[in-house]
Design a protein around this ligand. Structure first.
Ligand code: FIX
Ligand code: ZN
Length: 416
């Protein structure tokens, strides 16, 4: 066990980097699935290149109509992204860099810029072995999926069998239920839940039955929903009633957290489809109100606007039933991960979960965590060096303890 001496920043840096590099991560929000999920798992270079972040960046350079792009086969879309963002100009964006980090960590030579060679590598992979390889390379132990019963593609899987791969845990996603009730009602009725469009007592009890049954069916770790910047609560809207009458009582009854991902403006540019969502500053009063008035409900919260981050940290200082997590989506860039992680450590200490990957393509686990580990290790090193300057020398064991907490143990403790 290395002992530190005052001002010993090199050793501290080495100890932190080693601990962060070696920690087995729980990735608490992703969009990836086991390969047994009937084709829902995305992986390999063409899926990496057609990530919606890269499509948005590519379309900025093209005259081509959006529908023309979407009509292209995936390989052609990938080639267009590759040519536009990697060959005709340097791939300096975080999403471009991520593709190259992934290829490099897989042992491929990115200096060759040989898309066909990379395609041949992935073509040689057996998917189940490749899933193992990605988990090994990224040193991710567990991922939490996004599971939406209202997604026909996924529903079929759950009715056939229970999820077997313990590395993949489920989260019950409620966007359809809470944000498009009119489409949810006919499906709930089809599944045998005696609901109507009015949120009356029968509908409330049937929606609660749906929530409890699905939480059990998929063995969900938490319930989640993405919410617009305009999200208000309490509110007489359908969403407001469903949250207060159904979701919050179920969260209390089952002790499952309610994860709110706040600040997404859906389809600001509908022609970009999944890549068309934008961001807006939300009202932090809603988070404060929910935490204050539902002290026996656990809230996982991430907010999409940079401008919401400081006030979210302050609210978390007031309410221990609020667990702040991740540098979500447009915040998952080195400059902002650094800023937000620094702010959180300074305001919340170690009582938060600094990052999740939001990976949509399996291989992204490799780059998203390689990039985040580096930034979080840097910020943590600074904080421990500040400590050491006072004469408080963290031991290697203490550093490893703290790092394990940040990269998963805090989450599991909060989830209970
Ligand atoms: O709502 C969400 O889970 C968002 O993370 C996604 O909708 C978004 O497309 C994404 O993948 C961002 O990273
Ligand atoms: Zn997501």
């Amino acid at each position: 066990m290395a002992e530190l001496r005052p001002g010993d920043s090199t050793t501290i840096r080495d100890l932190v980097w080693k601990a962060v590099d070696e920690v087995q991560i729980t990735d608490i929000h992703t969009h990836i699935y086991p390969h047994t999920f009937d084709g829902l798992l995305l992986w390999g270079i063409d899926d990496l290149l057609t990530y919606h972040y890269l499509i948005a960046e590519t379309m900025r350079y093209l005259e081509m109509g959006y529908e023309h792009f979407w009509a292209l086969p995936k390989r052609a879309q990938a080639e267009l992204v590759w040519r536009t963002l990697f060959i005709e100009r340097s791939p300096v964006s975080e999403a471009c860099r991520g593709v190259l980090t992934t290829l490099e960590k897989l042992g491929l030579d990115v200096s060759k810029r040989d898309l066909e060679a990379y395609r041949r590598f992935f073509a040689e992979q057996k998917v189940d072995e490749y899933v193992d390889k990605v988990f090994e390379l990224s040193r991710v132990k567990t991922v939490v999926m996004t599971n939406d019963p209202f997604d026909d593609a996924e529903l079929g899987y759950w009715s056939k069998s229970r999820q077997q791969d313990e590395r993949f845990r489920a989260a019950l996603r409620l966007d359809a239920l809470l944000n498009s009730w009119h489409t949810a009602v006919p499906k709930l009725q089809e599944w045998g839940y005696n609901v109507g469009f009015d949120i009356n007592s029968q509908t409330v009890s049937e929606v609660r039955r749906f929530l409890v049954e699905w939480l059990n069916q998929i063995n969900a770790v938490y319930m989640a929903v993405s919410l617009p910047p305009s999200f208000a609560f309490p509110e007489g809207s359908t969403r407001g009633q469903l949250i207060s009458e159904c979701v919050l009582p179920t969260a209390r009854e089952t002790c499952k957290p309610f994860a709110m991902m706040i600040g997404v403006k859906k389809l600001t540019n509908p022609a970009l489809r999944l890549a068309g969502d934008s961001v807006g500053k939300a009202n932090i009063d809603v988070v404060e109100y929910l935490c204050a008035n539902y002290p026996d409900v656990k809230f996982l919260v991430t907010m999409l606007s940079r401008e919401n981050q400081h006030e979210l940290c302050v609210v978390a200082r007031k309410f221990r039933n609020l667990h702040v997590f991740g540098c979500w989506w447009f915040l998952n860039n080195p400059s902002l991960v650094d800023e937000i992680t620094r702010m959180r450590l300074e305001l919340l200490g170690l009582s938060m979960t600094p990052q999740h990957s939001d990976a949509r393509v399996l291989d992204q686990l490799i780059y998203k965590w390689a990039h985040s580990r580096r930034i979080i290790a840097d910020v943590l090193t600074d904080k421990y060096v500040d400590l050491a300057a006072t004469g408080w020398l963290p031991t290697e064991q203490e550093i490893r303890r703290d790092v394990a907490a940040l990269f998963g143990e805090n989450f599991w403790r909060f989830v209970g």
